[in-house]
Write a protein of this length. Sequence first.
Length: 146
Amino acid sequence: MSQALAAFNAFGAESFSNMVCQQAPYFSTIEPTLTELKPGYAEAKVPFRKEITNHLGTVHAIAMCNAAELVAGLMTDASIPSNGKWIPQAMTVNYLAKAKTDLRAIADGDGIDWETAGEKVVPVSVVDEDGQTVFTARITMNVKLA
């Protein structure tokens, strides 16, 4: 089991989310709370706050990129074998609608072969409170196995 997954299970969503933001402080800009983490899946809530809005008063595109990288990275960590390492290599994003509410970022890697090394493309969706998908990402993770 990955250290991240073990910590999430041991400390719970709030404490684990705070620990992640201490380890990687940039994530704290979106004040995320990881609500679910298991092999092949991660989900986080991102509250709507003025500090992450753009000139239109909607959630800034890069704040959604930040949320996408958070869930994709943690899901990858929870999914790969214990002797594995990973790093994000590329990200393609689509902005589909204005984000005007709290958001949920969801990484679903259920169909990905996590047992082998190589490039793994992680799909991420960001949905608003009405269930509308406002953003999608495909994040390529470079996975190495020892």
